[in-house]
Design a protein around this ligand. Structure first.
Ligand SMILES: Cc1cc2nc3c(=O)[nH]c(=O)nc-3n(C[C@H](O)[C@H](O)[C@H](O)COP(=O)(O)OP(=O)(O)OC[C@H]3O[C@@H](n4cnc5c(N)ncnc54)[C@H](O)[C@@H]3O)c2cc1C
Length: 390
């Protein structure tokens, strides 16, 4: 197999580099290595049962086995089973419905619960999906608990570089300059630079978009343990998210927005000894990544939303970070050869990448090795490719 240059050492680039090395390719992985990638600030939730019916569903459902296989082969990467706790409060739902906020419409509560439970029950048993009663300690807030899995992003950031080195992937530190047609730096190049892909190759499909995620990072281990051990809503290894999460809706209407819009989804996830408390999502019109948004109002909005689920969370001594995240406005990931650029491949814009990337990286590596069957199983990197994935 030809040498492969992978640009970007986040989740997507690192997993495809490992998959390529496992198949005997000589792989170089290029990244500036400043540590502030979407992967490093991620909750790392693995929604393996949440794929839409179709080929994506099968790849996502295989994610727990794929992560366990990766750990057997490459050492610990931070995988653990956990629960996803989706929270809501009747009072908040009613107030939002009265204000006409579609995402919270009270009439949609029963349907939303039924839809999520039905999705999960395709793969989970009855005792793995449960509605928990509200208690006075939870301020009347209720929780739907579902079996889940997660990758601890702190552990991943520590162990993945070692795994790559042991697999023989050559690491190169630096920022790749924009690529030029006919002058690629290797015979095969994989663009896996997340929100940085378009700057490297502007002629990518419009559905490859960027959102800016904001999250509070709490590194104080003893405070994090205290918060988790005394929480009425969550347990120490679990991920807490709103039932009526708004990020996905914002991404779906990204192509229609005419000015910057942002939403807050109050929740938290363990991260090493500390916590990530998130998250804000901001999308601008157009496809450019742009500069980091002004932080003050976003941080305030996030702290207010966190404070409504637990007053202590709104006041944690945590630092606010923002990071650009690539997504696909159609929901279909971009993975495959880039049209009109022989040897150039794209791996970006994945929704639920912690569930999808392990399987998809393997298929992409097989396609790069010249397997035509694998090429057909990829969702594609162009607008036209493989409509069955949408
Ligand atoms: C708060 C938060 C919570 C999240 N929760 C979840 C979750 O629970 N489950 C889930 O599946 N997903 C979640 N996500 C999304 C997920 O983390 C990201 O979609 C995913 O990590 C993106 O991986 P990536 O490799 O595509 O991009 P990135 O992690 O952004 O990596 C891209 C890399 O490319 C490098 N790069 C950029 N430009 C260049 C260049 N010119 N040259 C060289 N290198 C370059 C960057 O330095 C970076 O290291 C969450 C994200 C956030 C922020």
């Amino acid at each position: 197999m030809a040498d492969v240059l992978v640009i970007g050492a986040g989740l997507a680039g690192s997993l495809v580099a490992l998959a390529l090395a496992d198949r005997g390719a000589a792989v170089e992985l290029l990244d500036p290595g400043q540590g502030c990638s979407a992967t490093n600030l991620s909750y790392g939730g693995v929604p393996w049962w949440a794929g839409a019916p179709g080929p994506m569903d099968q790849l996502m459902a295989s994610a727990p086995a794929a992560w366990r296989h990766l750990e057997q082969r490459h050492g610990p990467l931070g995988w653990s089973p956990c629960s996803l706790r989706l929270h809501w409060s009747d009072a908040e739902t009613e107030a939002a419905a009265a204000a006409g906020e579609v995402a919270f419409a009270n009439s949609g509560l029963d349907q939303t619960l039924a839809r999520v439970e039905a999705l999960a029950r395709r793969h989970l048993g009855a005792d793995q999906v449960e509605r928990l009663e509200a208690s006075p300690a939870s301020g009347g807030r209720r929780v739907l608990r579902l079996d889940y899995g997660r990758i601890d992003s702190r552990q991943l950031s520590l162990t993945l570089p070692q795994a790559l080195e042991r697999a023989g992937v050559r690491r190169r530190w630096g920022r790749c300059e924009p690529l030029q047609a006919g002058k690629l730096p290797a015979s095969q190049v994989v663009l896996a630079a997340g929100a940085g892909c378009r700057a490297l190759w502007p002629a990518l499909p419009d559905r490859l978009r960027v959102s800016w995620a904001g999250v509070l990072q709490l590194d104080d281990g003893s405070l994090s343990r205290e918060l988790l051990n005394t929480s009425a809503l969550t347990q120490p290894n679990d991920i807490l998210m709103p039932l009526f999460a708004q990020r996905q809706g914002l991404e779906q209407r990204a192509d229609q927005i005419e000015r910057p819009e942002w939403v807050v989804d109050a929740g938290l996830a363990p991260c090493g000894e500390g916590l990530l408390l998130g998250q804000t999502s901001l999308i601008r019109p157009g496809t450019a990544c742009g500069a980091s948004p002004q932080a003050a109002s976003l941080e305030l909005g996030l702290r207010q939303a966190l404070g409504r689920i637990d007053p202590r969370l709104g006041q944690v001594p945590a630092s606010f970070h923002q990071v650009p995240v690539s997504f696909s406005s159609s929901g279909s990931p971009l993975a495959g050869p880039v049209a009109g650029a022989a040897g150039l491949w794209l791996f970006a814009g994945l929704s639920s990448p912690f569930a999808l990337a392990p399987g998809l990286a393997g298929v992409l590596a097989e396609a790069l090795s010249g397997d035509p069957g694998a090429l057909e199983r990829l969702p594609g990197a162009t607008e036209e490719a493989n409509p069955g994935w949408d």
